[in-house]
Write a protein that binds this ligand. Structure first.
Ligand SMILES: [Fe+2]
Ligand SMILES: [Fe+2]
Length: 254
């Protein structure tokens, strides 16, 4: 895994979130649209605000392996970027006149579920949440007319797409040594986790989805499409790396 590429990427990109200027308020969305969107964004803000303790612990275990040298530093920067998302979303929900949350049920469920099995499982839950977030921010960007929501959603969408590529390269390295049967089993359980996460999010954020005129079923269907794109690219990367007998290299323009 070319961890230096990711270190360079995060070092350059994260500061753009910290320095981003939002349009001056006040928000002109009608309350019936603004309130559900703001409440929903507050939940995502809470989800982005973790300290990444377990992820960093996992990176420490993995980093000594030859193909993951530098992974620990990349993970530190990745966690810092997620925290910059939390800060950016905090500014956005203030603009939307919504208080921040300190506790919320889906966030508590995800935190609980992430600790159910082991650290590797923890990363899978995180990854499925990123796949769902990609769909969510993409829809907000396309369908919300407010300029600040559009601007932040667009940046978060782009960042999450890069995070997915980062995770995909990591997983490709991990999975290329699996037997075809073990890999199929891994894909099956990953799809189940993803289905669970997208079902919970589509239910919890149904008012926001309604405000941007997307049904929970349509949201879940887009989440499934996004998952299948991810899995296809993952499989391609694993097959290519295995056939070449090489480590997986970064896709610079994914
Ligand atoms: Fe994020
Ligand atoms: Fe992310």
């Amino acid at each position: 895994m070319n961890t230096q590429y990711w270190i360079n990427h995060y070092e350059a990109n994260t500061r753009l979130n910290d320095t981003m200027k939002l349009p001056a308020g006040p928000c002109e969305l009608p309350d019936a649209i603004r309130e559900p969107i703001a409440r929903s964004l507050a939940v995502f803000q809470l989800g982005e605000s973790g300290g990444g303790t377990r992820l960093k612990r996992y990176a420490k275990v993995i980093a000594p392996l030859a193909q993951f040298s530098g992974y620990q530093r990349a993970i530190d920067l990745f966690v810092a970027e997620e925290q910059s998302h939390a800060a950016l979303l905090a500014r956005l929900i203030t603009y939307l006149n919504q208080p921040q949350l300190h506790k919320q049920w889906t966030n508590s469920i995800f935190r609980w579920a992430r600790n159910l099995v082991n650290l590797e499982f923890n990363i899978q839950i995180l990854l499925t949440a990123e796949l769902v977030a990609e769909v969510y921010f993409g829809l907000l960007y396309l369908r919300c007319t407010d300029p600040a929501v559009k601007q932040v959603s667009h940046k978060l969408l782009r960042d999450e797409m890069k995070h997915l590529e980062f995770q995909r390269q990591f997983l490709a390295e991990r999975l290329q040594d699996f037997t075809p049967t073990t890999r199929r089993l891994w894909c099956l359980q990953f799809r189940l986790i993803h289905r669970f996460v997208s079902a919970v999010v589509s239910w919890d954020h149904r008012d926001c989805l309604k405000a941007i005129e997307i049904s929970p079923a349509a949201f879940r269907s887009r989440c499934t499409q996004s998952l299948e794109r991810f899995m296809d690219r993952l499989e391609t990367k694993i097959t290519k790396a295995s056939s070449e007998g090489l480590s997986v290299q970064p896709v610079l323009h994914a």
